[in-house]
Design a protein around this ligand. Structure first.
Ligand code: ZN
Length: 325
């Protein structure tokens, strides 16, 4: 079979959901979503992965024999020297875990695994908002804040594979506790959970009536979409809160700009998808106010373009380049 007849599958693998996409060249032939539940154990988790990929191949009209490689983006800290995931928040059985080898066994083709934020930025640099850029930093504002770096045209993985944790840039010595064990990280102050916590307090005090009406004051229910709808409907104090969070993101961006001199900073994730018009300009303005002007002058700040498909496309392309598939 000619190389162009083969396909590569990219998987965005999370603790609550996954998305599997079938790529032929740059084209996504099909993408299928599924719920994941790691508490059901390893075997059930892999059964879900197998079924979702099989469904995606079927929807793409592709026989499994045309599958050349699989790539997956997974949350967690990786060690590329041992090709293992050191740990992954919310997936308990992933601890010093050879996920790539397990996927290889499951699909009987070469498999590559990388950190999900790394794959998201790689996807944006290969196919999306940062196409053609050699020096890129990415901030992904979701439940937490993921980050990734591409330097000299290559994904920068550091000495072990854990580089690019931009969500844990330190921004406030008196800041709240972070999931990583430290205090005052960008994620602890400006991730969606942090924003939702403050938004809930605001709603409970009567400062965000639209939000209170629409979604209430339960932090777990204040997803990006609910926050965006309330801002859109006129909750001014909530809008101001979102803007102040974006200013903090801009501060971390300024540190990265001064340190690495990138040509492009990509902002993505659920919060940016829902409120990019508010967040991206506020973060950019803050970055320009805090970074050295001679360096920031040539930096562009762009919203991510590929949405849900960034990690899928990045992981597929990563596997393709790794195995020359
Ligand atoms: Zn942290």
């Amino acid at each position: 079979m000619a190389k162009k007849d083969y396909v590569v599958v990219g998987i965005d693998l999370g603790a609550t959901k996954m998305l599997a996409g079938v790529l032929q060249g740059k084209k996504v032939l099909a993408a299928v979503k599924a719920k994941t539940d790691p508490s059901g154990g390893e075997r059930e988790f892999f059964a879900t992965i197998a079924a979702t990929v099989a469904k995606a191949l079927e929807e793409a009209g592709v026989k499994p024999s045309r599958l050349a490689a699989v790539g997956a983006g997974c949350p967690g800290v990786l060690d590329y020297r041992s090709d293992r995931i050191v740990s992954s928040a919310n997936i308990p059985f992933i601890k010093d875990y050879p996920l790539a080898r397990k996927l290889q066994k499951l699909f009987k083709v070469p498999a590559a695994v990388e950190n999900d934020a790394n794959m998201g930025l790689y996807g944006e640099q290969q196919f999306g908002a940062a196409a053609g850029c050699e020096h890129v930093a990415g901030f992904f504002l979701g439940t937490g804040i993921g980050g990734a770096l591409i330097l000299d045209g290559r994904l920068y993985r550091g000495s072990s594979g854990a580089a690019g944790e931009l969500g844990h840039i330190f921004v406030d010595p008196l800041g709240p506790a972070c999931g990583c064990g430290n205090r005052g990280c960008l994620e602890a102050l400006a991730g969606r959970l942090a924003l939702a916590g403050e938004a809930a307090a605001l709603a409970a005090r009567g400062g965000a009536p639209r939000l209170m009406n629409d979604a209430g004051a339960d932090v777990r229910k204040l997803k990006s979409g609910a926050l965006a709808r309330a801002v859109e409907a006129g909750d001014k104090q909530l809008k101001d809160l979102v803007r102040r969070k974006a200013v903090l993101v801009g501060l971390a961006m300024a540190n990265i700009v001064n340190t690495l001199d990138p040509e492009c900073v990509v902002l993505g994730g659920g919060l940016v998808e829902a409120m990019g018009d508010l967040i991206v300009p506020a973060a950019e303005e803050s970055m320009r106010r805090h970074a050295m002007p001679d360096i920031s002058a040539h930096v562009t700040v762009v919203p991510a373009k590929l949405g849900d498909l960034a990690i899928v496309m990045g992981a597929a392309q990563w596997a393709r380049s790794k195995f020359d598939a």
